[in-house]
Ligand binder design. Structure first.
Ligand SMILES: Nc1ncnc2c1ncn2[C@@H]1O[C@H](COP(=O)(O)OP(=O)(O)OP(=O)(O)O)[C@@H](O)[C@H]1O
Length: 406
């Protein structure tokens, strides 16, 4: 039986290369022989767009393609719906290799499975907002009433209900971009391809649109491939981020993985300027809460555990790991001497509680003031981990290096 927690692969890209130029075979062979993008350009005049790229995208994730200008983000995105034909490799989407599809099949695929949203809004100026959104459905031959119903639904989703009869030039940039988003949503496409979709918006509207996209994605569970050269945008939106350079993917990972374990110097320099206190949360810096002690146990067991693990305080939990508090070594020793049977009288229970999603920036002043490690809990106050000063410091201590300027 399929494991329900196993992510479902929706896009499977294998050994994808793209050479721009009239003699791609020769350049491809040189690429396979290990020559660089620059060498190939000098010797053959052919440009390497993508170099032997393999990765998978899971259903329902926002997968961000990120990197400096010219690294191949747009080329890769456009290969995913064959606006660009790759030179070699396969792209299996929902079980079909789109590289081998004929023109009719690819048109059908674009309409039904992969909607694209561009940076320049590409709205039709003489059509109403409603008809702009319904445009894709019209091409599919869906009848007027049905396409208007779907278009109105999509406009509602992006917060533009009431603007159905407006014309594009009556809308602000942010609203136009919402119309573009609504158009892709109206098509039922499971996959949205977004190329620098928010880059032309001013910063405040851009942040709104990012929030909107995250919200829509959670409600609709689309798979989104999002191209950006903006690191903050990538970190905010990406379920996972693929960092590209010279037509290759250098590292794929969650924001935390890329920030905490950059795979090489290039990635490290790329992320050097990121404010870790905003990006990392309690769950990124916590350690396993081990050992803990049950509130029913006695001080002798507590003393033994503390000795064995070399710790001076111990978290106390219920049978279901709900946090009760903490005991300290001096109190435990005293309780043993006085032959107490339980820890009840010595549990300190007015502890600051840190939630799994609390940002590191909020944790730092609390841990600085605290005599104990901090407990990290979930919504039910179940103890999920502990934060000690050392793990916060090591999360912050990344090697100083020159940032890369985009
Ligand atoms: N039609 C084309 N003909 C020749 N070379 C191209 C073509 N399109 C892209 N390239 C080259 O392929 C490489 C990748 O370009 P691409 O546009 O994918 O990069 P990008 O990361 O999207 O950059 P940007 O952020 O500037 O859009 C670059 O070296 C570019 O010059």
């Amino acid at each position: 039986m399929e494991n329900e927690y196993e992510p479902e692969v929706q896009i499977d890209v294998n050994k994808l290369s793209k050479i721009f130029g009239s003699r791609p075979e020769k350049a491809l062979q040189m690429l396979r022989d290990g020559q660089s993008k620059n060498e190939i350009l000098e010797k053959t005049g052919q440009t390497v767009g993508l170099n032997d790229i393999s990765f998978q995208v899971f259903k329902g994730e926002i997968f961000v393609l990120m990197g400096l200008s010219g690294c191949g983000k747009s080329t890769l995105l456009r290969c995913l719906n064959r606006l660009i034909d790759p030179t070699a490799g396969s792209i299996v989407i929902n079980g079909n290799d789109i590289v081998t599809m004929n023109d009719d099949e690819i048109r059908e695929f674009r309409r039904k499975q992969a909607g694209m949203i561009f940076q320049n809004f590409a709205l039709l100026p003489h059509r109403t907002v409603l008809d702009n959104v319904a445009f894709g459905l019209e091409i599919q031959g869906i009848e007027l009433e049905e396409r208007h119903r779907k278009a109105a639904e999509a406009l509602n989703l992006v917060g533009l209900a009431g603007y159905e009869q407006s014309m594009p030039d009556q809308l602000s940039g942010g609203m136009k971009q919402r119309v573009g988003l609504a158009r892709a949503l109206a098509s039922d496409a499971e996959i949205l391809l977004m190329d620098e979709a928010f880059s032309a918006l001013d910063p405040l509207i851009r942040r709104d649109m990012q929030d909107e996209l995250i919200d829509l994605q959670e409600r609709l569970n689309k798979t989104i491939i999002f191209v950006t050269h903006d690191l903050d945008e990538a970190l905010k939106l990406g379920t996972r981020i693929a960092l590209m350079k010279d037509g290759k993917i250098i590292q794929i990972g969650t924001s935390e993985e890329i920030l905490m374990n950059p795979s090489n110097d290039y990635v490290e320099r790329f992320v050097a300027d990121v404010d870790m206190t905003r990006v990392l949360t309690a769950q990124d810096v916590m350690k396993k809460a081990d050992p803990v002690i049950s509130c029913k146990s006695g001080p002798r067991l507590a003393a033994r555990l503390m000795k064995e693990y070399g710790i001076s305080s111990l978290f106390v939990v219920t049978q279901h790991r709900l946090l009760k508090g903490i005991v300290q070594i001096d109190d435990v020793v005293e309780a043993v001497k006085n032959d107490h049977k339980t820890l009840e009288n010595i549990v300190i229970n007015d502890l600051p509680q840190i939630h799994l999603n609390t940002p590191l920036g909020e944790i730092i002043p609390i841990i600085a003031d605290s005599k104990f490690p901090l407990p990290v809990v979930d919504e039910d106050t179940r103890l999920k981990g502990i934060i000690v000063r050392g793990s916060v410091l090591s999360a912050l201590a990344r090697k100083e290096s020159e940032p890369i300027v985009a």
